[in-house]
Design a protein around this ligand. Structure first.
Ligand SMILES: Cc1cc2nc3c(=O)[nH]c(=O)nc-3n(C[C@H](O)[C@H](O)[C@H](O)COP(=O)(O)O)c2cc1C
Length: 376
């Protein structure tokens, strides 16, 4: 019987007990001294909401429209590589939850499930995220596969011109496939629940690259992605006729160029603190990008969201839709499908309660006025 958690921090604690350290650190870790990750969350907590009273908020809805369709909740599951390390078939559980809750779930290029398998479960709620890690033809091949598998939304991640070193991963010698030395053996042996389940399911792999070990068809997570530029974005835009989201944007001028290049949405993110070590908190970029792209352009936000109040804050500061990463891996690591649903339900309930307290009954009513204005 999985343990019910009452906060995302609790889900993280349970995940930490259940996962081998090498896996927990891969999920939890961030770039440099991890201060950007800490700032992401602290900055959200330092934004205050204004309680409002005597407004009829009895009937509230968390449904929202974004990118031309309706969603059940104003948040979704961000793309993450090698999710099945958290628990066997995590990608599939994400895809199922996407359908169940009518939310988007994104599969990473570095996903541990193939584009086709993920798409067959998530259907129109599945998005595919593109990294260009090797030759451009390889990347365009993935885009063709996504189109053939029926995806209607592609996320192009642009904030990894070079993969940032993560000290915990280096210390643990995290890599694919795992190096099983005495330290790793002990780590797995002392986490038998995870080790037996993962052994039984087979070690997770980069499922979009069946020949991962071959130089020609393989894909190296750590390969330089520095050649990718605005010209590539133009070629991608020309190739992909459906919805295109550009993820990892924090600078107004970049956002304007991406908007002019014909992207359908921009995703403000500092990659959960996993890339530029000395970046400001992601939320501090959101109002600036919003003012650069104008009031109506679709904007998404992630990085450091750990409760429903923070979803409301991001919506108030200019996001139309909010994504989270680690919390869903922690939920799944803590309790499989039930643990994942627990985290989604928790967030949804917190958003609903927060909306009642700030006097809003629907997502589109959440605006700057729900924030405490220092001049009041
Ligand atoms: C384990 C892990 C793997 C990730 N892999 C990818 C990836 O393959 N592609 C991508 O665009 N972002 C990736 N991200 C970043 C997430 O999409 C997202 O931006 C970030 O997790 C949001 O911050 P949060 O974890 O604080 O919610 C990854 C994040 C984590 C934690």
């Amino acid at each position: 019987m999985p343990k019910t958690v009452y906060s995302i921090d609790e889900a993280r604690d349970v995940a930490q007990q259940r996962l081998p350290k090498i896996i927990f650190d891969f999920i939890d870790g961030a770039a440099g001294n991890e201060s950007t990750k800490a700032r992401n969350r602290e900055a959200l907590e330092q934004i205050y909401l204004q309680p409002r009273v005597l407004i009829n908020v009895d009937q509230r809805s968390l449904k929202t429209s974004f990118l031309g369709r309706e969603w059940g909740l104003p948040f979704g599951i961000a793309p993450m590589g090698l999710c099945n390390l958290a628990w066997p078939q995590t990608d599939q559980l994400f895809a199922q939850a996407a359908v169940k809750y009518n939310i988007p779930a994104a599969l990473s290029t570095a996903g541990s499930t193939s584009i086709e398998d993920f798409g067959s479960i998530a259907k129109q709620n599945g998005w595919f995220q593109l990294y260009v890690g090797g030759a451009e033809e390889q990347a365009m091949g993935l885009v063709t596969r996504a189109e053939e598998a029926g995806y209607d939304t592609l996320i192009f991640t642009v904030d990894v011109p070079q993969v940032a070193p993560r000290r915990r991963d280096m210390r643990n010698q995290f890599g694919m496939p795992f190096k099983i030395g005495p330290k790793q053996f002990w780590d797995f042996a002392t986490h038998p629940r995870w080790s037996f389940a993962s052994l039984f399911a087979g070690a997770p792999r980069l499922a979009n690259f069946p020949n991962s070990n071959s130089k020609q068809d393989g894909w190296d997570r750590n390969s330089g992605r520095g050649k990718i530029d605005f010209d590539f974005l133009d070629r991608l835009r020309a190739k992909w006729p459906h919805k295109l989201i550009v993820k990892g944007v924090t600078f107004g001028e970049d956002a304007q160029r991406i908007q002019a290049a014909g992207a359908d949405a921009i995703w403000v993110s500092n990659h959960g603190g996993r890339q530029l070590a000395s970046a400001p908190p992601a939320i501090s970029f959101l109002p600036k990008v919003r003012s650069a792209v104008g009031p109506d352009y679709p904007l998404m936000f992630d990085s450091g969201v750990r409760n429903g109040d923070s979803v409301v804050k991001a919506l108030a500061l200019g996001a139309d839709f909010v994504m989270l990463g680690r919390p869903f891996l922690w939920g799944t690591a803590a309790g499989g499908e039930a643990g994942l649903n627990n985290v989604i339900d928790l967030l949804a309930n917190e958003i609903s309660v927060t909306m009642a307290q700030v006097g809003r009954v629907c997502i589109h009513e959440i605006d700057q006025d729900v924030l405490v204005n220092s001049s009041q």
